[in-house]
Design a protein around this ligand. Sequence first.
Ligand SMILES: Cc1ncc(C[n+]2csc(CCOP(=O)(O)OP(=O)(O)O)c2C)c(N)n1
Length: 566
Amino acid sequence: MMISGAEIVIRCLQEEKVEYVFGYPGGSVLHIYDALFKQDQVKHILVRHEQAAVHAADAFSRSSQKVGVALVTSGPGVTNTVTGIATAYMDSIPMVVITGQVPTQYIGQDAFQECDTVGITRPCVKHNFLVKDVKDLASTIKKAFHIASTGRPGPVVVDVPKDITAQMCEFDYPKTVHMRSYNPVVKGHLGQIKKAVQILQEAKRPIIYTGGGVILSDAAEKLTQLARKLDFPVTNTLMGLGGYPATDRQFVGMLGMHGTFEANNAMHYADVILAIGARFDDRVIGNPDHFGSEKRRVIHIDIDPSSISKRVKVDVPIVGNVPDVLDEILKLLDGGFKTDPEVSDWWKQIEEWRGRDSLRYKQAEHIMPQYVVEKLYEVTGGDAFITSDVGQHQMFAAQYYKFNKPRRWINSGGLGTMGVGLPYGMGVLLANPGAQVACVTGEGSIQMCIQEMSTCKQYELPVKIINLNNGMLGMVRQWQEMFYSKRYSQSYVTSLPDFVKLAEAYGHVGMRIEKPEDVEPALRKAFTEHKNDLVFMDFIIDPGANVFPMVAAGKGLTEMILAEDL
Ligand SMILES: Cc1ncc(C[n+]2csc(CCOP(=O)(O)OP(=O)(O)O)c2C)c(N)n1
């Protein structure tokens, strides 16, 4: 039977078992919206800004392992998605974004709402397509889902001109995909794996350093098995939190710019680094020359060969899917493995570093942001999904909420996009109905997608917004305080709205919390009495609180600035 291109789009989404499409309609996608209307298998979430559609689809994916899907119109609909696409690309999130395009015959003629979608998105997608023949539509969408979710995942854009959505064609959804030029490696090279095991056996000061790749490939359990067998310390990147249980003794905390004293020192002075699904980025290793000054051997497991030896010279590269490679390593360890006895001295050194208690902070008259996150952890039993925006609040959430499970910490690590927190909360709740979801944010970031409170009302999404309100663009202020002689250029936010009234205006619950003793009762109330409500919690916090430890730009990992009294 012949069906329209628009119907083909929807049938493809059905075949892919897509539950939700996050989107916003417009002229060039009207046929697709009409086809959407005629079925009820694929549900549509109408956001208030296309940026939020992509962020929500992204978080849907981050919290569920499924591919997130967004649908937008041509021109401004597309340009509004670019931040979301780039955010997902930097964090390797599998996503398919379907964009409307002007009719084929108008392309290149500056038609109404035309933009060069393929050109604009090219540098920030894993791949993109412009469909020029309705006969290619189904197979292109199949390829898009395949590319997005295999190998190193990432966003894929499918640009569909309006006339293509009107043309009629037989629907035939391919069962498999064959692409000659795209065959990601899954199994690691056995010879390399054997070499790695040998080096692990010789290690005297080892560390396991893991990133988002462990979360994305669902390798957290295998990682735990491996770490237990080896009895090596484990550190996670910002993107890797939850990949290893944060309350476990072997966990030395997050590393990098705001990592713990013990994690950064252990990473720097390790004689063997086992890097898994991580990319040694600038926020992780600090000054590369300083990092390179220590002699060590590096084993690097990653699905993406281009990540290996990109920033740090690697001795044993292992390209492959992390769980598959860990399986092979575990098998070899079962054949008899002895951790070097000197590793116990290394542990003594690590405990000494840990003894500095680098996340200690002073309580003050004002509410301390760290305290709010600690109480949030207690009140939610450590079991919530925490989304965040970007700034000091993000770092406080990463440092003080102890993530014991993967896919619970949802934030923009690579691009550092302010505004993601609330739409991330929406995507998480749709993927995990009934879960506790808190968005830890700042008064700067939350205002970048605050209109989504309206979407939350429409679809009854009870995100708990934890606004750590310091009246400042806090992270900018911190840098200006420390490196620009306190010249606070444009980092002071005045004329803030009354967030309680604003939440109420959208039909939600608002709370303003000003005293430390009110923090815990307010959180309890939000998560019990108002379990099913969106609650905007405006915590008025110490405006001078800074994030420590801190590795300043250009400094080495061990050259941390600690809180004054440490
Ligand atoms: C879209 C975007 N614009 C600018 C920045 C740069 N930036 C990083 S943190 C920050 C301040 C964030 O302020 P707020 O949300 O109030 O959080 P706080 O640091 O006070 O916790 C800014 C402006 C960014 N990360 N993203």
